[in-house]
Write a protein that binds this ligand. Structure first.
Ligand code: ZN
Length: 82
């Protein structure tokens, strides 16, 4: 399944987005902006790429289960610091 990396043009947040035939356009999980730029995949390019790949694996499972809720889940994860 193709996962593309995007960068939000509004807040600069980078995120991966699983693109399926019926997937709505990618939107920033931080600010919900849909004006996002697709980046060239960095898979395996560096150690950071490896770490990203692991993140992608985890997120891919999450996305498969939650699909449309993935943005909400991610947002909650980011703000879960209390
Ligand atoms: Zn954003």
């Amino acid at each position: 399944m193709p996962i593309y990396e995007y960068e939000c043009r509004r807040c600069g947040h980078r995120f991966e987005y699983l693109v399926l035939s019926k997937t709505p356009p990618a939107a920033c999980p931080e600010c919900r902006n849909e004006d996002v730029e697709q980046l060239i995949s960095a898979f395996g390019v560096s150690s950071e790429g490896t770490r990203q790949a692991n993140l992608n694996q985890a997120r891919k499972k999450n996305a498969a289960i939650h699909k449309e809720k993935q943005h909400e889940e991610y947002k909650q994860m980011l703000h879960h610091d209390d």
